[in-house]
Design a protein around this ligand. Sequence first.
Ligand SMILES: *Cc1c(COP(=O)(O)O)cnc(C)c1O
Length: 410
Amino acid sequence: MSASLELIRQQEAQLLVSTYDRVPVLFERGEGVHLFDCDGRRYVDFLSGIGVNALGHGHPAISAAITAQAGRLIHVSNLFYHEHQARLAAKLAALSGLDRAFFCNSGTEAWECALKLARAYARSAKKNGAKPKAKLLVMDNSFHGRTLGSLATTGNKKYRAPFAPMLPGVTFVRFNDVADLEAKFDDSVCAIGLETVQGEGGVLPASREFLTRARVLTRESGALLLLDEIQCGLGRTGAMFAYQHYGVTPDVVTVAKPLAAGLPLGAVLATHDVAAAFKPGMHGTTFGGGPLACAAAIAFLGELAKPEMLEHIRETGAYFKEQLLALKARHAEIVDVRGMGLMLAAELRSAEQAKSTVAAALTRGGDGYVINRTHDTVLRFLPPYIIAREHVDGLIAVLDDLLSGGNANA
Ligand SMILES: *Cc1c(COP(=O)(O)O)cnc(C)c1O
């Protein structure tokens, strides 16, 4: 380990709240799909900072937008107007089929806002004298973020338990189990909330039947369908929004990770009717939707709107998935391959094997490969949208070697 990394490691161990178990790599710069560490070693990025750097590193359109805006205006607060929020909202509305946007700074904040919107909408829609609907139906194995509301709706006891008691009125449904959804749905439900493709839970797409049923149940009863596309939205799956693969439109969708191509920005998109449940003063944020992040997001959506971009994601994703399936056919250690577009996963037989594969891909000789393990046994791939077949071939060769027991000192 280099001396500068070792020093930073020691300082962080003394000075930071110990929430992260970091991988011992000190990245210094990035270029396209590559990252470089403090020793000048090159890595191919198959994670994009957990789905954030969707155009890779140092993309000229993003750098130019950030540089220009940083010199003009970085922050004004939401007390005033600036030129970018309405422009960005218009683009997001056109892409999503929804009408209005609220901007915040992160995924969990976007989901918090969606939950608040569901409760407020139910209250505003209730008949005189009736009790407002308040029950939230959310999914086992889901992930919505770390703040208390999002955490209360996250279907993983390990994350919730240390912080109990949780927000009341939350019921968990088995993901993709239509009978369980129907059994738990009733008139007191104000919203069904789910990730269209579960990300942290191991890259599990909602089934067509399940998502369609959730849409019908909510529509019939006046409850809302909230979709969390913080990880799977904005091109990741080869559609602008993952729900577009299903022909379903939610009442509310949340986006964040890739939205500002690396700067923190989240958004909640809702129909006019639902958005009207919030009146001035009911919700807000100091930083959310600032000029700098919005300028970056407009540049990002400009790139994403180029017709070849989604096509490239679909084609490269399909090629990548084929290669993973071929790898599965050669290695019994891989028990499943799944995902859509450039949100893919290979589930391994054991957690140890997944852990050692991720570590070895990173530290082997030659280019390192940055991949990630989620849900213990799942290798997750969230490469930048600009990844090419040759990079996929490189990764597949490394995985092939590692799964054959090679230490891959190529
Ligand atoms: C990452 C993620 C979140 C939380 O986003 P943060 O920006 O880390 O708060 C919420 N939902 C999903 C589906 C995510 O992938």
